[in-house]
Design a protein around this ligand. Sequence first.
Ligand SMILES: Nc1ncnc2c1ncn2[C@@H]1O[C@H](COP(=O)(O)OP(=O)(O)OP(=O)(O)O)[C@@H](O)[C@H]1O
Ligand SMILES: [Mg+2]
Length: 349
Amino acid sequence: MLYGRAAECAVLDAALDDARRGRSRCLVLRGEPGVGKTALLAYAAGQAADLQVLKATGTPAEASLAFAGLHQLLRAELGRMGGLPDVQAAALATAFGLAAGAAPDRFLVGVAVLGLLSEAVADAPLLCVVDDAQWLDGESVDALAFAARRLEAESVAMLLATTDASGTLTNADLPVLTVVGLDRAGSDALLEARCARPPAPQVCASLWRLTSGSPLALLEVSAALTAPQLSGASFSTTPNWIQQDAMKSIITSFSPQETAVAVLDAAWLDPTPVTAAMAKATAGRSARIAAKHCQQVLAGIGFTTEHDLHRSLRRIWMLDQLFGSSAVLTKRLGQQLLASRELPPLLPL
Ligand SMILES: Nc1ncnc2c1ncn2[C@@H]1O[C@H](COP(=O)(O)OP(=O)(O)OP(=O)(O)O)[C@@H](O)[C@H]1O
Ligand SMILES: [Mg+2]
């Protein structure tokens, strides 16, 4: 059950209706971890019983495997490749490892994806759902964005969810639906449905403010509050259990941060392109882990400018933006290492 998402659901419904009427639509759902992007994608898929639905989910494990995301999305449609012009079918076949050959031309793959989607709608309008797109490999993002920008009368609705505020997808010139926390009414409805007993009004108000309406944080809170806390009799704005969760998340972030600092030190002592790339990659990875762990819990204790970690996270995000996504950097680094066939000397970690 989705609470407080009438506006977002209306936007998704309209996109599906457009696809039914023969007008293609693409939407990038962008928002912080836990804000409810996957839940909105599930809502859209649930409304699309009369459409064909193709799904893919990005994962860090495949972020550097070229075309892995695209393969996941289109694998059920590969039988239609015969309908594509030979040159496009050949590019797609090479991309998906169905034919030997050099890395395919990205333009041709993009055109082929567009062609394949156009072929697929012969049966019924199509909904493409791509979750966690921040972890898709760059080649897949490029091809999907290329196709999405050109979709017109193909009856395709393409929905892509990402946490990334600065990645390739964000700069892909596609319409964005920014997903933020629930409004007060939505937050109250979720709390009332999920807490053991309806929380007192002042508790609802505090929890909404403290969690910024993040459904994930609200769910965690609703599962943890005791009866006296729910009644407001013993409710403190930063209860111990929230602090403990925050501490746990912060500690989980320390190890990648320490690694990043060690590699940065090494790059400082031995400033080759490879050590610099490694430093950037570990800094980016550390930033993402810290942001994920801290964001989810800190939303629960109120993310204020006075909070020390807020400043620290801003610095991390700044680093991430300056250095780009660590997935891309890691891939470039891998290519360099393969080309040079030797590892740079680094500090023992
Ligand atoms: N509007 C809502 N009403 C009730 N529960 C919700 C709502 N939105 C999300 N949830 C629940 O909150 C939790 C987090 O939501 P979800 O997984 O969709 O977030 P997300 O933005 O996809 O996070 P991530 O970026 O980490 O993947 C899930 O358990 C989901 O079912
Ligand atoms: Mg999600």
